[in-house]
Design a protein around this ligand. Structure first.
Ligand code: SF4
Ligand code: SF4
Length: 88
C-alpha cells in the first residue's frame, strides 16, 4: 500500500496530525506550500509513486530526498524502490 508519491511514509510523519494533513495521496495540495513538484510530476505522469517512473530516481526526487534540512538521506527513494519491487 503506497503512502505518497515520493516514498515518504505519511503514517510515520509527525506533522500529519499536527497539521491536519490527510497524507500525500489524499490531498490536493501539501500543507507546506501551494504545490509539491514531485507530487505534481508523478500525478501528471499517472504514476502511483516515483518508483514507477522511467526517470526514477530523477534529479528532482534526489534534490528532495537529500535536501539538507527537509531530506531523509535517500530513505524515500529506497521506499519507492521497495514499492516498485513489491517488497513492502
Ligand atoms: S514531498 Fe511531495 S510527494 Fe512527497 S509526501 Fe510530500 S507532498 Fe507528497
Ligand atoms: S521520479 Fe522524478 S520524473 Fe519520475 S515521477 Fe518522480 S519526480 Fe517525476
Amino acid at each position: 500500500m503506497i503512502e505518497s508519491r515520493c516514498g515518504i511514509l505519511c503514517s510515520e510523519c509527525g506533522y500529519r496530525e499536527q497539521m491536519g494533513c490527510g497524507g500525500c495521496v489524499n490531498i490536493q495540495k501539501p500543507f507546506w506550500g501551494d504545490a509539491c513538484p514531485v507530487k505534481s510530476c508523478a500525478e501528471d505522469k499517472q504514476h502511483a509513486h516515483c518508483g514507477q517512473c522511467d526517470a526514477f530516481p530523477c534529479q528532482l526526487l534526489n534534490q528532495f530526498a537529500y535536501d539538507e534540512k527537509q531530506g531523509d538521506g535517500g530513505k524515500r527513494i529506497e521506499q519507492c524502490a521497495k514499492w516498485r519491487d513489491k517488497l513492502v
